[in-house]
Design a protein around this ligand. Structure first.
Ligand SMILES: Cc1cc2nc3c(=O)[nH]c(=O)nc-3n(C[C@H](O)[C@H](O)[C@H](O)COP(=O)(O)OP(=O)(O)OC[C@H]3O[C@@H](n4cnc5c(N)ncnc54)[C@H](O)[C@@H]3O)c2cc1C
Length: 300
């Protein structure tokens, strides 16, 4: 069912952002197709949200139709060619994917530990961890994706394009080559080579995250991409910005690459903190910080 003027802040891990002009949470392929047909007929722009854990949505909200994929989350697990294979709709959460790999004692459980959001967002962002483990990013476990495309004008028809992961352009926290459209399905797999220590290692990874990251406050994880050969957190801390705040948006005291919502932050205040950090780090350290977080909505 398509609704109007729905608050988007609760759909994001930062808990900020204005309303969606139109809003839908499809739970099946036919419901997603219906939503896209509606957007096409009404000439609405489409914005897709997975877990909303890497987006900064404008306080003015998002015009057009916002499709939230959290209920578009079924998955099939099978064993083929000596591999554990998962075919998942893109709203399948990473934490559920972790459980699948953990049950089989397979290595991908380790990098998935503590990664929020959905598998679709995991592909778009090539989500992963900095530790030198195998695998450590989505590029290493993804085999195929299915992209849904629809025309900008003319009669509505849905094109479902299956793409090999090897035909996409993967880089650090980024994946290109699948646009335009949205990612509807993701196939991942890993060799069936159980590791008896995996549960203990996942527990340890979770313990370290809790110790290092301000997980008690709303955030989007790391705001900035690590500059080549360096760590964004260290550079920001070196510029004396830990604890810097505007309104309810603060550079975390615990981890300088996190900007936390102290409870009353607006998207605009978070963006002001981001630009202050970028300008200060550029001036003091000569380092250009690029954002990992994706800005969505009307920022004009
Ligand atoms: C506490 C915390 C810790 C984090 N730690 C990490 C970490 O260790 N490593 C890491 O890589 N990331 C981390 N993140 C960031 C974030 O979880 C990842 O980038 C995640 O992969 C985003 O997935 P999502 O489903 O939430 O995507 P969203 O935030 O919903 O979307 C991100 C972008 O992808 C687009 N998108 C999402 N789904 C689709 C789809 N199906 N089709 C087309 N476009 C789509 C959206 O439009 C948006 O542009 C962390 C975030 C938090 C809050």
């Amino acid at each position: 069912m398509i609704s109007r003027d729905v608050r988007l802040a609760p759909m994001t891990s930062w808990l900020v952002g204005g309303p969606a002009e139109y809003y839908v949470e499809p739970s099946s392929e036919s419901e997603l197709e219906e939503a896209l047909r509606f957007a096409h007929e009404q000439k609405l722009a489409v914005t897709v949200l997975g877990g909303g854990t890497n987006v900064l949505i404008s306080d003015k909200g998002i015009r057009g139709l916002v499709i939230v994929l959290k209920r578009f989350n079924q998955a099939k697990v099978s064993e083929e060619r000596g591999h554990l294979c998962v075919e998942a709709l893109s709203g399948f959460s990473k934490s559920e994917l972790l459980k699948v790999f953990l049950k089989a004692k397979l290595a991908p459980a380790l990098f998935l530990a503590g990664l929020p959001g959905d598998v679709g967002g995991g592909v778009v962002m090539n989500a992963g961890v900095g530790e030198m483990i195998t695998p450590r990013e989505f590029v290493e476990i993804t085999t195929e994706i299915e992209v849904w495309r629809w025309p900008v004008s003319g009669a509505f028809h849905l094109e479902k394009v299956r793409m090999q992961a090897s035909d996409l352009q993967w880089s650090y926290r980024h994946c290109e080559g699948w646009r335009p459209g949205l990612i509807a399905k993701v196939w991942v797999e890993w060799p069936l080579e159980p590791d008896a220590t995996i549960l203990e290692r996942v527990r340890e990874a979770n313990r370290v995250r809790l110790q290092k990251q301000p997980l008690d406050k709303p955030s989007c994880g790391s705001v900035f991409i690590n500059p080549p050969g360096s760590s964004a957190g260290r550079v920001i801390e070196g510029a004396g910005l830990k604890g810097f705040s505007i309104g309810g948006a603060q550079v975390s005291e615990k981890h300088a690459n996190f900007i936390v919502n102290l409870g009353c932050a607006t998207a605009d205040q978070i963006w002001q903190v981001i630009t202050h950090v970028q300008n200060t780090v550029q001036a003091k350290a000569g380092v250009t910080l690029k954002t990992e977080v994706v800005r969505l909505g009307d920022w004009g």
